[in-house]
Write a protein that binds this ligand. Structure first.
Ligand SMILES: Cc1cc2nc3c(=O)[nH]c(=O)nc-3n(C[C@H](O)[C@H](O)[C@H](O)COP(=O)(O)OP(=O)(O)OC[C@H]3O[C@@H](n4cnc5c(N)ncnc54)[C@H](O)[C@@H]3O)c2cc1C
Length: 308
């Protein structure tokens, strides 16, 4: 409930201004975001690689209605992939990129977004790595999956995401559980209505479990994006039961969240990828992270009170 209220309130321009200007915000942003520029992203990627972790980089920003902005985001990804390749960080997909389709024009028109994503995929292939398309609000889900299906003919390693909170999630997992297809499974970070989504935590977790079984039993490459200790344990047990080799799936977690658990899992021989956002447009990302954890929100509100 609190999560829904916060996600809705976050759209208010006044709240956005208050949060963006608060002195306490910087420290919290720094704990979740790698920095503002591509060199910041490369520096953090190098450190994570040195610790045995894989990386997916996200250039922050979403929902643009401006073609020039969509083109600029596309160019930033192309530039970043060049930098990562030159630094020797992309070998075998060690560092890949995550792209939000609405940041490259999905809500302008799907053709623009598909063209921009194809350009990023080509740059990724040249650098020896791949792309994953993030899942966003409900209106973006179907067009995103359609773009992924189309582009997979030329870029078979183009990954996509299933949000377990959606009622369609299990059916999507069955449709996507094909040979070699990379599918990230997460709970879902957007507030969606009851008609299309499970809204009780327990139901989302159950849906995650069902999707997990479909993906781990299938012939694809599951990417299990959760910090939830119980679901991570279930994933490990399913990997044993299904006889999956450690390199046939991966765990994924967000930069700054449960870093000790990221290293612990990697030390067991599992593939662990850290999702690393960078860039100046961090507001929407930060609000979703605060909404996920009441303790973060309480800490943030206390700091606001101290500094105002
Ligand atoms: C790699 C990755 C990629 C993602 N991509 C997408 C995407 O494309 N689309 C999408 O909708 N969502 C995406 N998400 C977000 C996801 O949907 C969830 O909102 C988020 O991961 C929190 O859910 P959880 O599974 O960690 O479980 P939760 O039940 O929320 O958390 C489990 C435990 O993790 C820790 N934790 C979780 N969140 C935080 C936090 N913010 N700060 C500190 N500790 C925390 C706490 O210990 C908590 O008890 C992604 C998540 C990851 C890890």
């Amino acid at each position: 409930m609190l999560r829904r209220v916060l996600l809705a309130a976050a759209a208010s321009p006044r709240l956005r201004q208050l949060i963006t200007d608060a002195p306490a915000t910087r420290a919290i942003v720094d704990s979740y975001v790698a920095g503002e520029t591509a060199p910041d992203a490369v520096r953090v990627t190098r450190a994570l690689r040195a610790a045995g972790l894989l990386v997916s980089l996200d250039y922050l920003g979403e929902d643009t209605r401006d073609p020039a902005q969509a083109a600029a985001v596309t160019e930033e990804y192309v530039h970043l992939l060049g930098q990562l390749g030159a630094a020797g960080l992309t070998h075998g997909g060690a560092a890949e990129v995550s792209v939000k389709p609405t940041a490259v024009g999905l809500f302008l028109d799907a053709g623009t977004a598909a063209g921009n994503i194809a350009r990023i995929c080509a740059a990724a292939a040249e650098a020896g790595t791949m792309v994953t398309l993030d899942a966003e609000e409900y209106a973006a889900i179907e067009p995103t999956l359609q773009i992924a299906a189309k582009l997979r003919a030329e870029h078979p390693d183009l990954g996509c995401v299933v949000q377990a909170c959606l009622r369609r999630a299990e059916a999507d997992c069955r449709a996507l559980a094909a040979h070699g297809v990379r599918v990230r499974l997460c709970k879902g970070a957007y507030s969606e209505p009851d008609a299309v989504a499970f809204t009780a935590r327990r139901d989302v977790d159950r849906s995650f479990g069902r999707c997990l079984r479909v993906l781990m039993n299938g012939p694809g490459y599951p990417m299990l994006a959760t910090h939830d200790p119980r679901l991570i344990q279930i994933a490990g047990s399913l990997a044993l039961l299904t006889g999956r080799a450690p390199d046939s799936f991966e765990y994924q977690m967000l930069y700054g969240i449960r870093p000790a658990e990221q290293r612990r899992l990697a030390n067991t021989g599992a593939r662990v990828r850290v999702y690393v956002p960078y860039g100046g447009d961090w507001y929407a990302y930060l609000v979703r992270r605060l909404a996920e954890r009441p303790a973060n929100l309480a800490f943030f509100l206390r700091s606001l009170g101290r500094n105002s």
